[in-house]
Design a protein around this ligand. Structure first.
Ligand code: NOJ
Length: 549
C-alpha cells in the first residue's frame, strides 16, 4: 500500500486549501450494470477526476447497510456493501486514487448505526437495563403502561424520535432514540464501548490508506443526560434554543469526543484529516470543533444557505473568516451536496436562499439564469481561502430534478419532513444522447431516472466545449492551483459598487463578483471570467472575474 505522504500535494498540509469532490457513490458511475453506482464505476472514472483538477474525493457511505437512508444506516463499519463492491476493491480504489494524486476521504456515521448492526440486534434481544442496551439510548416509556415515548423529541425526518423496542411485550416498556429514521438508532457516546469501537474503526480505515473522514451528524453525538423534553420544538431542523443548551444538537461536550480522534489521526503519516458535518447556529459554535487538538475542518453551511446577494454573501464570508482565523483553521466553502437543492435551480428563482428553495420546490425556475449565476458562484467559491467542495454534477451544470414521479422516490426524509432529496441524487450523465447516458452498461436502469434534457450536459458533450461548465471548472481549478501557491490565506476587501464584491488574495489575485443589475468596471489583467466578456474592462451582472490587479 503506498504511503499517502508520497502523493503529490500543493502545499502542506493539503487540507488547508484543497478542492474536494463529493462522490455520491450510488449516483456516480455504475460498473456492474445493476443501475446503482459502485466502486468499479468510480475506479473507471478516476482519470476524469484527475483531469478535472481536484485534490481529493469524499466518498459517501459504502458500508454494508439495509439502505433505509441510502447507506447512512451502517450495519458493519469495517466492510463494503455488495451493492458497491468488496473490501479489496475499496483498497484498490484508494491506491489508484493516490497514484493519480487524489486523496480519499470516506464518510463515517458515528451518531447512529443501522438497526441491523450486531450491537443493536443484541440490544433488542437483551433486557431493559442490560449492558447491550446501554450502547444506545433505551428508556422506559411514559404513561401507566409505558405507552408514551420517553420525551417529546422529534426525528429530523419527522415524527417522534422514539420507537418502542417490543410493542407487544407488556414487560418491556423500553423505547429507543433515533434522531433520524427508526432504522437508525442513536449510539450512546457516554458508553466506553462506543468510543473504543469508533477509534478502532478509524484505525481500520487509516490502515487501508484513507486520508480522512467526513463525520456525519458531527454535532449530534452528545445528549443531555436527563433527556429532558424540548420546550420549543425544532422546526425544519432549526432551533430557537440558545447555543449550547439544546438537549441533543451541538452540546458543549461534543467537540471533546473528537480530541481523541485527532490523536488517532496524528499517529499516522500524511496529514490525515477530518471534515465535520455540523449544523450549528453560528460560525463561533462551528469553530469549537476546530483547531489544534480538535478537527481540522468543518462544512460551512452558512455559505450554502446564503442567497445570491453580495450584501449577505459578504456578511457570511466575513463572519466565517473571522471565526476561523481565531482558531487558525481553514474555512470550507460548499454550494451543494446530496441533501440540498442543486444551486443552478436555487439561483434561477427570484428568491435564492436554500430555505427559499425548499419552500419553492417545483415552482418555475429560470435555468439559464441559474446556470449563469452558478458559473459566477463557482469562481467566487474557488477564489476564497480554504477548502472548496464540489458536489458531483455541479461541474456539469446539473440542476435539481423536481418532477420525479412519486413512485420512483426513495428518500425516507420526504415522508414526514420538508426535505426532498432525491432530485439532487439523480445519476450522472457521462456520454450519449439518451438515458442512461453511459451511467450504467445495463441491464439495470439507473436507480433514479435521468431527464432526456441532460443530453447537452454529459461529461463527453462538455469536455471539448469551451463554453461548458466543465471547461470553466477545469480552467478555474487549474488556475486556482497555480494562484494558491502564492496567494495569501486571507482576503482584503476592495471598494466595489453596490451589488458587487471585490477582494484580493495578496498582490496577484483579485476576485470581483457582480450579483447586481449594473455593469461593474474592471481594472487590471483579466485571468478568467465566468462568462465571455465583450470588453475586458466591463463585468456584466451575474458574472465573476479573476484579475491580476
Ligand atoms: C447527513 C447526511 O448527509 C444525510 O444524507 C443523512 O440522511 C443524515 N446525515 C443522517 O445520517
Amino acid at each position: 500500500m503506498p504511503d499517502p505522504t508520497d502523493t503529490p500535494t500543493q502545499t502542506s498540509p493539503w487540507w488547508r486549501d484543497a478542492a474536494i469532490y463529493q462522490v455520491y457513490l450510488r449516483s456516480f458511475a455504475d460498473g456492474d450494470g445493476d443501475g446503482v453506482g459502485d466502486i468499479a464505476g468510480l475506479r473507471s472514472r478516476l482519470p476524469y477526476l484527475r483531469d478535472l483538477g481536484v485534490d481529493a474525493l469524499w466518498i459517501t457511505p459504502w458500508y454494508p447497510s439495509p439502505m433505509a437512508d441510502a447507506g447512512y444506516d451502517v450495519a458493519d463499519y469495517r466492510d463494503i456493501d455488495p451493492l458497491f463492491g468488496t473490501l479489496p476493491e475499496a483498497e484498490k480504489l484508494v491506491d489508484e486514487a493516490h497514484e493519480l494524486g487524489l486523496r480519499v476521504l470516506i464518510d463515517l456515521v458515528p451518531n447512529h448505526s443501522s438497526d441491523q448492526h450486531a450491537w443493536f440486534k443484541a440490544a433488542l434481544a437483551a433486557n431493559p437495563g442490560s449492558p447491550e442496551r446501554a450502547r444506545y439510548w433505551f428508556r422506559p416509556g411514559r404513561g401507566p403502561h409505558g405507552e408514551q415515548p420517553p420525551n417529546n423529541w422529534s426525528s429530523r425526518f419527522g415524527g417522534p424520535a422514539w420507537t418502542r423496542a417490543h410493542p407487544s411485550d407488556p414487560h418491556d416498556t423500553d423505547w429507543y432514540l433515533h434522531l433520524f429514521t427508526p432504522q437508525q438508532p442513536d449510539l450512546n457516546w457516554n458508553n466506553p464501548d462506543v468510543r473504543e469501537e469508533f477509534e478502532d474503526v478509524l484505525r481500520f480505515w487509516f490502515d487501508r490508506g484513507v486520508d480522512g473522514f467526513r463525520i456525519d451528524v458531527a454535532h449530534g453525538l452528545a445528549k443531555h443526560p436527563d433527556l429532558p423534553d424540548l420546550e420549543h420544538p425544532d422546526v425544519n431542523g432549526k432551533t430557537v434554543i440558545p447555543a449550547g443548551q439544546h438537549p441533543h444538537w451541538d452540546r458543549d461536550e461534543v467537540p471533546d469526543i473528537y480530541r481523541t480522534w485527532r490523536q488517532v489521526a496524528d499517529e499516522y503519516p500524511g496529514d490525515r484529516a477530518f471534515v465535520a458535518e455540523a449544523w450549528v447556529t453560528h460560525p463561533d459554535r462551528l469553530t469549537r470543533y476546530l483547531g489544534d487538538g480538535v478537527l481540522q475542518t468543518a462544512f460551512n453551511f452558512d455559505y450554502l444557505e446564503c442567497p445570491w446577494d453580495t450584501t449577505q454573501l459578504r456578511i457570511v464570508i466575513d463572519t466565517t473568516l473571522t471565526a476561523h482565523a481565531a482558531v487558525a483553521a481553514p474555512a470550507t466553502w460548499v454550494l451543494s451536496n446530496h441533501d440540498v437543492v442543486r444551486h443552478v435551480t436555487r439561483y434561477g428563482r427570484a428568491e435564492t436562499s436554500l430555505h427559499d428553495a425548499w419552500r419553492l420546490h417545483g415552482t418555475p425556475t429560470d435555468l439559464q439564469l441559474g446556470t449563469r449565476r452558478a458559473r459566477a458562484a463557482a469562481l467566487l467559491t474557488l477564489a476564497l481561502p480554504g477548502n472548496a467542495y464540489i458536489y458531483q454534477g455541479e461541474e456539469l451544470g446539473l440542476w435539481e430534478i423536481e418532477d420525479l414521479p412519486e413512485e420512483v422516490l426513495q428518500d425516507p426524509a420526504r415522508l414526514h419532513s420538508g426535505l426532498l432529496r432525491d432530485g439532487c441524487r439523480v445519476p450522472l450523465p457521462w456520454i450519449g444522447n439518451q438515458p442512461p447516458f453511459g451511467f450504467t452498461t445495463g441491464p439495470g436502469t439507473p436507480w433514479l431516472p435521468q431527464p432526456a434534457a441532460w443530453t447537452d450536459h454529459t461529461a463527453a458533450a462538455e469536455q471539448h466545449d469551451p463554453a461548458s461548465m466543465l471547461t470553466l471548472y477545469r480552467e478555474a481549478l487549474r488556475t486556482r492551483r497555480r494562484l494558491n501557491t502564492t496567494a495569501e490565506q486571507t482576503i482584503t476587501w476592495r471598494e466595489a459598487p453596490l451589488g458587487a464584491l471585490a477582494f484580493d488574495r495578496g498582490p496577484t489575485w483579485r476576485c470581483v463578483v457582480n450579483t447586481g443589475t449594473q455593469d461593474v468596471l474592471l481594472t487590471g489583467q483579466l485571468l478568467l471570467a465566468s462568462e465571455p466578456l465583450d470588453d475586458n474592462r466591463i463585468l456584466p451582472p451575474d458574472t465573476t472575474a479573476w484579475i491580476a490587479p
